[in-house]
Design a protein around this ligand. Structure first.
Ligand code: PMP
Length: 372
């Protein structure tokens, strides 16, 4: 599986002295540890939060998430990170051999989930404006009947791109017309540092399931994510969840609910994280353009954590060893391929390094390419 290739690479990139843009982690120093400590102390005052809780999630946290996402509480199911939402949905909705359409390049975690349920996975080449709905419409007109179409509409992992309003609407309408489910996997949408947020894909149709997560706005270790779906899908997933792990952690869910409800604090916190990522993204892209000139194709995303770049004529998989020798790491594009040739692409995370280190990383990357 491509995921294991990435894990092997990440081990390499953890060597001391390597400036790693390979990881998909949020910045540790921007995690609101003190505010989480306060919320945890307050939650521990309530013994019930040390008990088992409902499989669909702690009632009051479902309500907090419902307010945060402007939906009804019975449309919300709280999961162990949004990755669990993805795997429960795959188990609930996909039979072996069913067609599942994913973006190409793909979020590797989605690829792994759909492979594990025996889906017939079709990669839809991603465009600079997000999912290619026109090609998908053509595939459907030609007879393809997907069960699920998975995409990341905001600040794609790995490609950084987003789908604007028109595309989101077209995707939701296509789902209604052909009866497939859209999974709009959205852990990054709130980390916007440029442009204006379009309406969520689910506002345009009946068959859109949204995945959300506390991992990138609060902390991955809380392991709180959620899905937003029509109540019949929530009920189906709730039954499966009982056999998966009975329920999530009431304590962690209470902490997340508390922080989502502290709306002024949350808005300030998330704006601070997004602004820091924006400065880092600009520092990285400016430095890459300075050192590579015309030898790189790259654009600044409007949010999220990733830049997707192209080095025409360079095989980024074989470059990686040399890059690590030069003290810099990234993930080669081929790791995100379903069937496309992405061998001259690379994913660079700007989330975890300082602006100075991002500039140094760009210089080292260029030195590694020049040494080839
Ligand atoms: N979806 C996407 C697109 C992701 O990038 C990630 C994390 N890298 C996840 C889902 C899973 O995140 P979590 O389980 O921490 O919510």
């Amino acid at each position: 599986m491509p995921g294991s290739a990435i894990r092997d690479l990440l081990r390499l990139t953890e060597s001391p002295g390597v400036l790693s843009m390979a990881g998909g982690l949020p910045a540790t120093e921007l995690i609101p540890a003190e505010r989480i400590a306060l919320a945890t102390a307050s939650a521990l005052g309530d013994r019930d939060l040390l008990q088992y809780t409902a499989s669909a999630g702690l009632r009051r946290t479902r309500e907090s998430i419902a307010r945060h996402e402007t939906v009804a509480p019975d449309q919300v199911l709280v999961t162990h990170g949004s990755q669990q939402a993805l795997s429960l949905l795959a188990a609930a909705l996909v039979d072996p051999g069913d067609v599942v359409v994913v973006d190409d390049p793909v979020y590797v975690g989605a690829m792994q989930v759909f492979a594990s349920v025996g889906a017939d996975i079709r990669g839809l080449p991603l465009t600079d404006e997000g999912i290619d709905v026109a090609t998908l419409a053509q595939w459907c007109a030609d007879g393809l009947r997907p069960t699920i179409v998975h995409t990341v509409t905001a600040f794609h992992n790995p490609a950084g791109v987003s789908a604007a309003s028109g595309r989101r609407r077209a995707l939701a309408e296509l789902a209604d017309r052909y009866g497939f489910w859209v999974i709009d996997d959205d852990p990054y949408g709130r980390l916007r540092f440029g442009g204006v947020a379009p309406p969520p894909t689910r506002s345009f149709g009946e068959r859109v399931i949204t995945l959300g997560s506390a991992s990138k706005i609060l902390a991955p270790a809380l392991r709180v994510g959620w899905l937003i779906a029509p109540p019949q899908v929530v009920a189906l997933v709730e039954r499966l969840r009982q056999s998966a792990d009975l329920c999530g952690s009431a304590l962690c869910q209470a902490v997340v609910g508390d922080l989502l409800d502290d709306t002024d604090w949350l808005a300030t916190h998330v704006a601070g994280v997004a602004a820091a990522y924006g400065r880092r993204a600009h520092a990285l892209v400016d430095a890459l353009e300075d050192v590579f000139g015309d030898a790189i194709e790259i654009s600044v995303p409007d949010g999220g954590m990733f830049c997707w770049a192209r080095l025409p004529g360079v095989d980024t998989t074989s470059l990686l060893d040399r890059a690590v020798d030069h003290g810099v790491a990234y993930v080669p594009g081929q790791a995100f391929s379903v069937q496309r040739d992405l061998s001259d692409r690379l994913r660079l995370s700007f989330a975890t390094l300082t602006e100075d280190n991002l500039r140094t990383g760009a210089v080292r990357l260029q030195a590694a390419v020049a040494a080839g």
